[in-house]
Design a binder for this molecule. Structure first.
Ligand code: CAA
Length: 260
């Protein structure tokens, strides 16, 4: 696996993915998106990884957006292709069969905010800044921002942020539900790992099916959504970890999940 702008580290059942273009504030060019695509495939196929933390290199930025230098001279067809590429990779991340926690130190702007929104959970440092400044560059958000931001914060707030291009601080992002938690910059990775370890302690297949039920269920009406939930709930009863989890409870012993 040859990666140019993304780092992949594995610590036990946890993977840490770092967007690593600090000189460009980790801006997403097509090379970086290709790296991310490769990493997602690796994570999907690695049965020992139960949870992922996605972060940016350096303290200044998570990701400062899609790469403006690369986008500057695109024509309509190329612009559409770049949008499709980003959306394809981000959708794969959103659908990855294990939770992804975004650990956001600094700027999460444009494609950076969109990348964070493709993760399951967002933990921000007090210094983090969020926004969709695309309209000020003469474009729309192109990696899911017009779709995920209203789904997360509601249509009115999403329209305000996207039309104005306002950059908001971490406490405001917390207030509107864009992030789950705000912590000090120094404790960011520690907090993300603490949450990841709580997830890792649970049955991985059950967590995967929870993610599937929430993600798919949120896109359909409630009557279809509860059908999805019932299917996923049923699948758990075909796993060894359900037998282990419930057995350990009944027998009052420590559980030992096997991801089976
Ligand atoms: N693309 C390419 N390069 C970027 C970048 C981006 N999105 N953001 C920052 N950089 C580069 C700068 O060009 C600069 O490079 P040089 O040192 O070679 O000049 C380097 O990173 C450091 O940036 P600044 O000097 O600008 O740092 P600053 O502290 O003065 O400002 C900032 C920080 C406010 C984040 C500012 O860099 C900024 O506004 N960046 C752009 C943010 C933005 O508009 N993002 C949206 C992009 S469009 C998009 O994402 C479309 C989409 O939805 C798919």
């Amino acid at each position: 696996m040859e990666l140019k702008n993304v780092l992949l580290e594995k610590e036990g059942n946890l993977a840490i993915v770092t967007i690593n273009r600090p000189k460009a504030l980790n801006a997403l060019n097509s090379e970086t998106l290709a790296d991310l695509d490769i990493v997602i495939t690796d994570l999907e196929n690695d049965n020992d990884i139960y949870c992922v933390i996605l972060t940016g290199s350096g303290e200044k930025a998570f990701v400062a957006g899609a790469d403006i230098a690369e986008m500057k001279d695109l024509n309509e067809k190329q612009g559409k292709e770049f949008g499709i590429l980003g959306n394809k990779v981000f959708r794969r991340l959103e659908n990855l069969g294990k939770p992804v926690i975004a650990a956001i130190s600094g700027f999460a702007l444009g494609g950076g905010c969109e990348l964070a929104m493709s993760c399951d959970i967002r933990i921000a440092s007090e210094r983090a800044r969020f926004g969709q400044p695309e309209a000020g560059l003469g474009i729309t958000p192109g990696f899911g921002g017009t779709q995920r931001l209203p789904r997360i914060v509601g249509i009115g707030k999403a329209k305000e942020l996207i039309y104005t291009g306002a950059i908001i601080k971490a406490d405001e992002a917390l207030r509107i539900g864009l992030v789950n938690k705000v912590v000090t910059l120094e404790s960011l990775m520690e907090e993300a790992k603490a949450m990841a370890n709580m997830i890792i302690a649970n049955a991985p297949i059950a967590v995967k099916l929870c993610k599937d039920a929430i993600n798919r269920g949120m896109q359909v009406g409630i009557d279809s959504a509860i059908v999805i939930e019932a299917e996923d709930f049923g699948k758990c009863f075909a796993t060894e970890d359900q037998v282990e989890g419930m057995g350990a409870f009944i027998e009052r012993r420590t559980k030992n999940f096997q991801n089976k």
